[in-house]
Design a protein. Structure first.
Length: 318
């Protein structure tokens, strides 16, 4: 039977985690580990704390231990999935979410399994899960819309975002997505005209319209047009929209444009292994290795792993 102090501490910790009050959560967890250190509840809350703290590296170490100690705990398996999702190891995350769903069938584990599968590009597996979930869990329409976006099925994505807005009409991100999907279905000339009209009215170009415009220009081999759009929108492209546009340029082998866009956003992606490998490849392709070295040198003092990358760049320059 759970003692009064343990029950109270579990409740206080769960509330602190729910409200993302990490300082209070750390205190409650410390006390709980002193009087109830080995239970699955305490260890699970410790793992949840690391997830909320976004300390995924420590979380991975603990998750490995706990999934062996408590292989039948759906909650531990779900949290392990969150750890690897945070680490962008989507294959391992999907495995844990699948196992969590097997141990304790629930829409939450199925929802996260579908998200991980979508990130992996396993659309054929993720789609049926999300199509089933949206009937009982309307927020999943955003994820189904994103899946269709990944497949470049703009109308289907627009339909999902529209149905999501029927339930949540003031959702700012969904409203932007509707505008973006409509923009993606315009040809580049019409989209440029729309953006010019906004400029004439004194309105800023919505950042989420820039990546689809760049993609449309590159599809017609208008590299200089894409370059001009980037030049005019450097500040709004210092964001996820710049990263999105960078990946678009990379896919179209416009490596110099991809390099520029990735360089704008490098500080927010220093832990992204794929991002750094790609900007280095772009630098090699467009003879910007020296420029990338200068960027790394300015950032290395605050991010030690860059020193190893600097040594590799030095070898390319000698």
């Amino acid at each position: 039977m759970v003692s009064g102090p343990v029950h109270t501490l579990r409740y206080n910790l769960s509330q602190a985690l729910k409200h993302k009050n990490l300082e209070e959560a750390a205190t409650a967890l410390s006390h709980l580990k002193q009087i109830d250190p080995l239970s699955v509840e305490t260890r699970g809350m410790e793992l949840e704390f690391l997830v909320k703290k976004k300390d995924y590296k420590s979380g991975a170490t603990l998750a490995l231990q706990l999934t062996k100690l408590f292989p039948d705990s759906g909650r531990v398996l779900l949290l392990a999935g969150h750890v690897y999702y945070g680490l962008k190891d989507y294959k391992k995350a999907a495995t844990y979410f699948t196992e969590a769903s097997r141990v304790n069938p629930h829409r939450v584990s199925e929802y996260w399994r579908a998200k991980a599968l979508t990130q992996m590009g396993a659309f054929a597996e993720a789609g049926p899960i999300l199509e089933l979930l949206v009937r009982q869990y309307p927020p999943a329409r955003m994820d189904l819309g994103w899946l269709y976006e990944r497949q470049k099925k703009w109308q289907l994505a627009l339909d999902q975002y529209g149905m999501f807005l029927e339930a949540y009409p003031d959702h700012e991100f969904a409203l932007k997505k509707v505008v973006e999907m409509k923009a993606r279905m315009l040809d580049s000339k019409d989209l440029i005209e729309e953006m010019e009209d906004l400029a004439e009215l004194g309105d800023e170009t919505p950042p989420h319209l820039i990546p689809p415009l760049i993609e449309k220009l590159l599809k017609t081999a208008d590299v200089e047009g894409a370059r001009e759009v980037i030049k005019k929108n450097l500040e709004p492209l210092r964001s996820k929209f710049g990263v999105d546009a960078g990946w678009t340029c990379y896919r179209f082998k416009a490596f110099d444009l991809a390099f520029e866009l990735f360089a704008l956003n490098i500080q927010t992606n220093l832990d992204n292994f794929k991002f750094l490998n790609t900007i280095e490849m772009c630098a090699r392709k467009c003879n910007r290795v020296a420029g990338l070295k200068t960027i790394y040198e300015a950032l290395a003092a605050g991010h030690k792993p860059l020193y190893g990358r600097l040594r590799r760049l030095d070898k390319l320059l000698t």
